[in-house]
Ligand binder design. Structure first.
Ligand code: AMP
Ligand code: ZN
Length: 452
């Protein structure tokens, strides 16, 4: 089967044909680093990591370039640094390091390049100068604005009417704008605000321009796939397209635009005021990262996703079953065609997971090669990368259980059973159930697991 992807630009699913199969190029909007990233931010990180893995599988690991940026210049960053009384650089470095640490347990491959916006101010200035030259931008009152009416097909990605776009942009109509839809490419900086010299005065770039400049530098004027959350479709991606196409005189910026659906929590929009705001940091401290990842992938990336603790517990139980099946076998050589087919169908991860369940059932029946195949196929989704011993050991540790105490209790229960003291044996079992331990009596003796 050939790879098919849903393209937001055309609103259709079509076969993916890279511009150059030896150099498949992907750009995904990364986080704005002013605070811990929340679990909504983890969704594109995980979804596009699956895409990255699949493209590497199809085209070869050396033939895919994946750029995910760090937005380290933004007014939210300035405000937070001032609030905390630290420098902007200290804040963005601390937050970037926290982001890397948080996502490290989610089995996410490092992108090929992770550029920081502030390292690309020169490219941004160059793009602005070109846009002014070509009549697509104008300087006014220390700002440089992109002239939306200068682009005949502005709005093609989000397909909104100009009235909707004006409302959607949610901007105060500043007096220096020729049209209310015009957006900022460069704005003046004063006082403590970060600023760089430019022909238009000391200032800083607008957010949209950052991604246009970084994708141009690393992927060229036109590249294959641009991704991000659906919230970015308008105005961010619409404006990236406007800047890049008008600057380079191209028909498209990226061939395919992919958007992940929004994530909510226990049926509600995640927000600080509702008290249901969950950071990746909190989550990975409490739960195995692999279960968080699987939980996200159980829903197709374009669908809205409801994050629930129930779903997370189910995901842990699924991984228990899979790890039980694969044990500590080394990586199997062949992944299963059903898994690859499902992923090639617009990253249909729920269907891929169904294929993994089938392999697990085969493995349970003792079918030759099924466990190897389960492991190799799950690896394509960034799952089952560890061993069963590690998975179960981590679970025991995470549950805060003292292994020595448990072994002592099991020994005491065995003695009671040997003495046919069933009441005592049952009492110990009940005590262990209370502790969250499940006992399994088998021919080899008694083993234990953490209850889910
Ligand atoms: P930001 O740091 O807000 O610019 O977001 C970084 C990435 O996370 C972007 O691709 C956003 O579209 C995505 N994102 C933010 N919030 C959510 C959410 N609740 N659900 C899914 N994706 C989100
Ligand atoms: Zn972007």
């Amino acid at each position: 089967m050939a790879l098919a992807l849903y393209n937001t630009l055309t609103r259709t699913k079509a076969e993916f044909v890279p511009l150059d199969p030896h150099n498949v190029r992907v750009y995904v909007c990364g986080p704005t680093v002013y605070d811990y990233a929340h679990i909504g931010n983890a969704r594109p990180v995980i979804v596009f990591d699956v895409l990255f893995r699949l493209l590497r599988h199809i085209y070869g690991p050396d033939h895919v370039v994946y750029v995910r940026n760090i937005t380290d210049v933004d007014d939210k960053i300035n405000a937070r640094a001032a609030e905390r009384g630290i420098s902007i650089r200290a804040l963005t470095e601390e937050t970037t390091a926290a982001f890397h640490e948080d996502i490290s347990t989610l089995n996410v491959l490092a992108p090929t390049i992770e550029p920081r916006a502030t390292d690309h101010i020169a490219e941004m200035r160059e793009m602005i100068a070109r846009l002014i030259d070509r009549g697509h931008a104008y300087a006014a009152d220390g700002h440089v604005l992109f002239s939306v009416p200068s682009m005949a097909d502005y709005g093609a990605l989000s397909r909104r009417s100009p009235d909707e776009m004006r409302a959607g942009a949610r901007v105060e109509v500043a007096p220096y704008k020729r049209d209310p839809m015009d957006f900022v490419l460069w704005k003046p900086s004063s006082g403590d605000e970060p600023g760089w010299d430019s022909p238009w005065g000391n200032g800083r770039p607008g957010w949209h321009l950052e991604c246009s400049a970084m994708s141009w530098k690393y992927l060229g004027e036109v590249f294959d796939i641009h991704g991000g959350g659906i919230d970015l479709q308008f105005p961010h991606h619409e404006n990236e397209i406007a800047q890049s196409r008008c600057c380079h005189g191209t028909e498209v910026m990226a061939q395919v635009w992919m958007h992940n659906g929004f994530l909510q929590v226990e049926g509600e929009k995640m927000s600080k005021s509702l008290g249901n705001f969950i950071t990746i940091h909190d989550l990975v401290n409490a739960w195995p990262g692999e279960a968080i990842r699987l939980n996200m992938l159980r829903t197709h990336y374009r669908q809205p996703f409801d994050w629930t603790e129930k779903g997370l517990l189910e995901s842990i139980a699924v991984l228990d079953g899979w790890y039980e099946a694969v044990g500590d076998v080394p990586l199997g050589p062949v992944s299963c065609a059903d898994t690859v087919d499902a992923l090639e169908d617009d990253l249909n991860t729920p269907k891929a997971i169904t294929a993994l369940h089938a392999l697990r059932a085969e493995a349970a029946k003792g079918a030759a090669g099924a466990a190897d195949c389960l492991k190799a196929s799950a690896n394509l989704l960034g799952l089952l990368e560890g061993t069963a011993s590690e998975w179960f050991a981590r679970k025991k540790q995470a549950a805060g259980l003292d292994e020595t105490e448990i072994e002592t209790l099991i020994a005491a229960r065995n003695t009671a059973r040997a003495e046919r003291n069933w009441a005592e044996a049952d009492r110990i079992r009940d005590q262990m159930t209370e502790m969250g331990v499940v006992l399994k009596d088998g021919p080899e003796g008694t083993t234990w697991e953490v209850a889910t």
